[in-house]
Write a protein that binds this ligand. Structure first.
Ligand code: SAM
Ligand code: DTB
Ligand code: SF4
Length: 316
C-alpha cells in the first residue's frame, strides 16, 4: 500500500500536461475557473519581533532597514480595510510582528479592530503569532473569519529556518484556531534552500491537519537584505507551477493563494499558476514590508486572461 508521501510524490512528478490537466479538472469541480479572490494585507504592528525566522524582515535578529512601529489605531486600520474593500478586495488580512498574543489592552484593540472590520462585510483574517485557546475563542466571538499561521516548510527543515519555536508550537496554535471554529489559513514558503522533498513533506503535514486548511498561501521567498536568506537562489518557475497544481489536487476545496514573491514572477508564470489552480492573490502595492505588483497591473493581467475578481460569497 502506498503512503501519503508516495501519493504526493506521484502527483508532483507526473508529466506536466497530466499534472495540469488533473489540477484543472479538480479546480473546475470546486471553483469558478475564471474567478480570483483579491485580498489586501495590512501590517498593523511592524518589526521588533523576538522570533528568529531567517526569512523575516521584522525579526530583531535580522539587521534589516524596517523600523519598528507600534500597533496601529482602530481608526487607521478600519480606514485601510474600507479602502481595500473599495479597491475590490473581499478579504482583509492583518499581520502583527508578534511571537504570540498577550492578553491586555493591545489584544483588546485587536478585538475591536476585528469587530469593526467584520461589520464592513468583508472576510477578516489576521496573523498575530501564537494563540491560546481562549484567545482564539475571543477572536471568533469578535467576528474573525480566518487565522493565518503557516507551517512554512517541512518538519525536518523547520529548525534550519527558525530556532525560537517548534513545529509543535505551530500545530498547537492551529489546533486552537480550528477548535474555536475559525477557518485555518496555513501554507508555506518556497525558496529557502529546502529540497523538493521538503516541499512535499510540507504538503503532507498540511494534509494531516484536521480539519484540512481552507486556505493555503504559497509564498515564494522575498529575499530581504540583512536576513540570513538574502542571497538564496530563486524558486525554479516550473517547480512553483508543479507545487501549486499538487496543492490544488490534494486540497480540492481550499483557496490556494499565490502570495509573496509575485514581483519577481513574469505575467506568464503567474498565468500558469492560475491555470494550475491558484485562485487568490494579494493586491495592493505592499505586502507586509515588501513591494507587491500594482493593482492596475493585476487588473490588466486578469482582463487579458478573461478572468475576474471573485465576488464575496453571500452571507446566509
Ligand atoms: N508573526 C506572525 C507569524 O509569524 O505567524 C505573523 C506575521 S508573519 C510575517 C506571516 C507569514 O509571512 C510568515 O509565516 C511567512 O510565511 C510569511 N513571510 C514572512 N516573511 C516572508 C518573506 N520574506 N518571504 C515570503 N514570505 C514571508
Ligand atoms: C502569508 O502566507 N503571506 C503573507 C500573509 N501570509 C501574512 C505575508 C507575506 C509577507 C512577505 C514579506 C513581507 O512583505 O514582509
Ligand atoms: Fe516574527 Fe512572524 Fe517575522 Fe517570524 S515571521 S520574525 S514570528 S513577524
Amino acid at each position: 500500500m502506498s503512503t501519503l508521501i508516495d501519493r504526493i510524490t506521484q502527483i508532483y512528478t507526473q508529466p506536466l500536461p497530466d499534472l495540469l490537466f488533473q489540477a484543472q479538472q479538480i479546480h473546475r469541480q470546486h471553483h469558478d475557473p475564471h474567478a480570483v479572490q483579491m485580498c489586501t494585507l495590512s501590517n498593523i504592528k511592524t518589526g521588533g519581533c523576538p522570533e528568529d525566522c531567517a526569512y523575516c524582515s521584522q525579526s530583531v535578529h535580522n539587521q534589516t532597514d524596517v523600523s519598528p512601529e507600534p500597533l496601529m489605531s482602530v481608526e487607521t486600520v478600519v480606514a485601510e480595510a474600507k479602502a481595500a474593500k473599495a479597491g475590490g478586495a473581499t478579504r482583509f488580512c492583518m499581520g502583527a510582528a508578534w511571537r504570540e498574543v498577550k492578553d491586555g489592552p493591545q489584544f483588546d484593540r485587536i478585538l475591536e479592530i476585528v469587530r469593526q472590520v467584520a461589520e464592513l462585510e468583508i472576510e477578516v483574517c489576521c496573523t498575530l503569532g501564537m494563540l491560546k485557546p481562549h484567545q482564539a475563542q475571543r477572536l471568533k466571538a469578535a467576528g474573525l473569519t480566518a487565522y493565518n499561521h503557516n507551517l512554512d516548510t517541512s518538519p525536518n527543515y523547520y529548525d534550519k529556518i527558525i530556532s525560537t519555536r517548534t513545529y509543535q508550537d505551530r500545530l498547537e496554535t492551529i489546533q486552537a484556531v480550528s477548535a474555536a471554529g475559525i477557518s485555518v489559513c496555513c501554507g508555506g514558503i518556497l525558496g529557502m534552500g529546502e529540497t523538493i522533498q521538503d516541499r512535499l513533506e510540507l504538503l503532507e503535514a498540511l494534509s494531516h491537519l484536521e480539519p484540512q486548511p481552507e486556505s493555503i498561501p504559497i509564498n515564494c521567498l522575498v529575499p530581504v537584505a540583512g536576513t540570513p536568506l538574502e542571497k538564496t537562489a530563486p524558486v525554479e518557475p516550473l517547480e512553483l507551477v508543479r507545487m501549486v497544481a499538487t496543492t490544488r489536487i490534494l486540497f480540492p476545496k481550499a483557496m490556494v493563494r499565490l502570495s509573496a514573491g509575485r514581483m519577481e514572477m513574469s505575467d506568464e508564470l503567474q498565468t500558469l499558476c492560475l491555470l494550475a489552480g491558484a485562485n487568490s492573490i494579494f493586491t495592493g502595492a505592499k505586502l507586509l514590508t515588501t513591494p507587491n505588483p500594482a493593482r492596475s497591473h493585476d487588473e490588466q493581467l486578469l482582463d487579458q486572461l478573461g478572468m475576474v475578481p471573485k465576488p464575496l460569497r453571500e452571507r446566509v
